[in-house]
Ligand binder design. Structure first.
Ligand SMILES: CC(C)(COP(=O)(O)OP(=O)(O)OC[C@H]1O[C@@H](n2cnc3c(N)ncnc32)[C@H](O)[C@@H]1OP(=O)(O)O)[C@@H](O)C(=O)NCCC(=O)NCCS
Length: 197
């Protein structure tokens, strides 16, 4: 996962990122459109090289370059974040991906998503996303939690617990509303609240 070791890996991942934008954005008008006009694509391309520099042990420069990347795209990705192939950041402004975040293959995130930490300790403190995960606009996924393969996180949600594979989680704090294509009913106390309101 997000573990490019050679320049071949980097270029191969970038090719997959380009295809991801073309496949997942109905507004994309072709490769030139994405290459010229998609800040989410620019940010992940830059990150692939910055991450390779970071893995080589180079001090300071990767962090500075990621700051330049943020200045140019509005997307902040820590050089250490491990991001799988076929990653698509749509729109992108305000996205933050923390130092120990891990993202599987073929994930999609929208503007203002945070993959953030909840702890000040230096260890693993950011989320791990499986493959084919979608995180909706403005969602915050916080802490050393795992979002399973094919999971969907609703726009505006705040996720602080693991989400299983093939589930949809929405709300603040996020609750599972769908699992394996079947609606999951709310807990009794939540039904009471909707009745009171
Ligand atoms: C979470 C999401 C993927 C669910 O889509 P879906 O599988 O079609 O599910 P539904 O729309 O049938 O919603 C299922 C339930 O969750 C609720 N829900 C859906 N999205 C929600 C959200 N973001 N916040 C709170 N509740 C939400 C629905 O109201 C519905 O509740 P109900 O069963 O009580 O009526 C989708 O709503 C979403 O938020 N996608 C993000 C898209 C995005 O970020 N777009 C940005 C484009 S710029």
């Amino acid at each position: 996962m997000g573990n490019a070791r050679t320049m071949d890996d980097v270029f191969s991942a970038i090719g997959a990122d380009l295809r991801a934008a073309l496949d997942r954005d109905p507004a994309a008008r072709g490769a030139a459109d994405v290459i010229l006009s998609y800040p989410g694509f620019h940010a992940i391309v830059a990150h692939r090289f910055i991450h390779a520099l970071h893995r080589s042990g180079l001090p300071l420069l990767p962090r500075w370059l990621s700051n330049v990347n943020r200045f140019l795209t509005g997307i902040e990705i820590h050089p250490n974040a491990r991001i799988g192939r076929g990653f698509f950041i749509d729109h992108g402004m305000g996205v933050v991906i923390g130092e120990t975040a891990e993202v599987g293959d073929n994930c999609t995130i929208y503007q203002s998503v945070t993959l953030g930490g909840t702890s000040l300790s230096r260890g693993k403190r950011h989320p791990t996303l499986g493959n084919n995960v979608t995180v909706g606009v403005g969602a915050a996924v916080l802490g050393n939690i795992t979002i399973g393969d094919n999971a969907k996180i609703g726009g505006g949600s705040v996720v602080v617990r693991d989400v299983p594979a093939n589930a949809t989680a929405v709300g603040v704090p996020a609750k599972i509303v769908m699992k394996d294509g079947v609606a999951v009913s709310a807990a009794p106390e939540e039904e009471t609240w909707s009745w009171v309101i």
